[in-house]
Design a protein around this ligand. Structure first.
Ligand code: NAD
Length: 358
């Protein structure tokens, strides 16, 4: 197996090192044959090559079975022209690889339920998966722009989905639901938008091919409300690009710390880029206080969805659970009575738990 590792900028470098440490431990314990190739992206790439997404990185990504990414960006590069900014590199590699599906598991470990802004009994034990379409919808639809009409300007965008785009992401959601509790909630706005009437129609048709999965539909405004009222009613939540953008951030906050959240972005061949949900956190970069668990759990997703080793994913997730049960906490999830640990100590504890559990 070949993994393209892209640490990126800021805390990306620190947390990526911990994910690699965990993968190294799995190599050691289970004799896995995994090679790493390190790629440049974002500000680090701009500093070394003058571009946020060097061609060499695309070549490495092409050759790899999966890509593990830390994070990109930081104030140092904020004043660059748009095409040179780190975030442009990130969007570029996502587009190049055709990553149309974004998977974001939202899991609240009972030990961390107090870190949420919602009452612990509402979120404790929450375990859901958001499946968001990533390359279509109003973010990409044409025409778009700002035109002048009479004496004023008018802004416009186009919400657009083809049947094939909807079918692709729906199939992904149903396949994932089969590996979980067999429930899909599709979120749309079909009462107002024709595009979303098509969404519901196509999702329903795809659902007929998965009779073992229960499909329900919910309007997006209600879904936003239900996510904070009773999030545990959801298992797989399927949605388009814009609604998914908003709902996934809302759901992320149910967990209390963005540092805990992994994500996967997959293309139709299940090649994927795996990264934590957060950014490069320049405010804490270089201090050794960043939480590496979102990154380590992203590596777990990589084993499950791109490398065909769900057993390795389970092993990493159990090790993380063990470390949390034993009370180790980085600063972002620390509460009185816990044991405060640094980024690398946390990585070391996950490695030690992996070795013990195996
Ligand atoms: P951020 O996610 O980097 O940080 C938001 C807050 O969360 C900060 O207070 C930070 O310290 C904290 N935080 C984030 N990750 C943490 C972790 N693992 N452990 C502990 N605390 C953590 O968002 P931001 O500050 O808005 O953005 C900083 C930079 O990151 C910007 O340049 C932005 O463009 C970029 N960014 C990159 C990505 C990505 O690479 N996927 C995503 C979002 C933002």
């Amino acid at each position: 197996m070949k993994i393209c590792v892209i640490p990126g900028d800021g805390i990306g470098v620190e947390i990526c090192a911990e994910a690699v440490r965990v993968i190294d431990a799995l190599k050691d314990i289970h004799g896995l044959k995994i090679e790493y190739e390190y790629g440049l992206l974002g500000g680090a790439a701009y500093d070394q090559t003058g571009r946020p997404l060097p061609v060499e990185t695309l070549r490495l990504a092409d050759e790899a079975d999966a890509i593990l990414l830390g994070a990109v960006g930081g104030p140092k590069w904020d004043k660059l022209p748009a095409e040179s900014r780190p975030e442009r590199g990130l969007l570029g590699i996502r587009k190049y690889l055709g990553l149309n599906a974004n998977l974001r598991p939202i899991k609240v470990y009972p030990e961390l339920a107090n870190a949420s802004t919602l009452r612990p009994e509402v979120v404790s034990g929450l375990d859901m998966m958001i499946v968001r379409e990533l390359t279509g919808d109003i973010y990409f639809g044409q025409p778009r722009g700002i035109r002048t009409s009479g004496f004023e300007r008018v802004g416009y965008n186009t919400m657009e989905y083809s049947e094939s785009e909807i079918a692709l992401i729906a199939e992904m959601a149903f396949r994932i639901a089969r590996q979980r509790s067999g429930k899909v909630m599709s979120v749309d706005k079909m009462n107002v938008l024709e595009c979303m009437q098509l969404w519901r129609d196509v999702v329903t048709k795809v659902g007929e091919r998965f009779p073992d999965v229960t499909l329900d539909h919910m309007l997006v405004d209600n879904a936003a409300m239900q996510l904070v009222k009773n999030p545990k009613q959801f298992d797989v939540l399927l949605t388009g690009n814009m609604f998914g953008d908003i709902l996934s951030d809302e759901a992320a906050m149910l967990t209390g710390s963005i540092g805990m959240l992994p994500s996967a972005s997959l293309n139709v061949e299940d090649k994927g880029m795996y990264e934590p949900c957060h950014g490069s956190a320049p405010d804490i970069a270089g201090q050794g206080v960043a939480n590496p668990l979102g990154m380590i759990l992203s590596a777990a997703m990589m084993f499950r969805y791109s490398l065909g080793r769900p057993d390795m994913a389970d092993a990493i997730e159990s090790a993380v659970q063990t470390v949390l049960t034993n009370g180790a906490r980085t600063r972002d999830i620390f509460q009185a009575g816990d044991r405060l640990v640094s980024t690398s100590e946390m990585g070391g504890l996950v490695e030690a738990a992996l070795r013990r559990l195996s």
